[in-house]
Design a protein around this ligand. Structure first.
Ligand code: 9UX
Length: 72
């Protein structure tokens, strides 16, 4: 049931921002693999849609001070 998606993250200005985005998303139940590329500003994430929704991920990222948009 894992679903792989790529999203565009806004507001990351240093490598620690990328780490912060990884940390807040990994913490969500149902999220498996997360990687953030600071150069491309992309979030690659694998998650179970039965357990966690895009809106949950979006809320966590916005709460941490960043923005997220669907990249397709
Ligand atoms: Mo770096 Mo990001 O000093 O929120 S952690 S800018």
């Amino acid at each position: 049931l894992n679903n792989k998606e790529t999203y565009k993250i806004g507001g990351m200005t240093c490598a620690s921002c990328a780490k912060a985005v990884e940390r807040v998303t990994k913490k969500l139940d149902g999220v498996e693999n997360v990687s953030v590329n600071i150069a491309t500003e992309k979030l690659n994430i694998e998650y179970d849609k039965q357990k966690v929704s895009f809106d949950d991920i979006k809320s966590a990222i916005e709460k941490a001070g960043y923005s997220i948009i669907e990249d397709h």
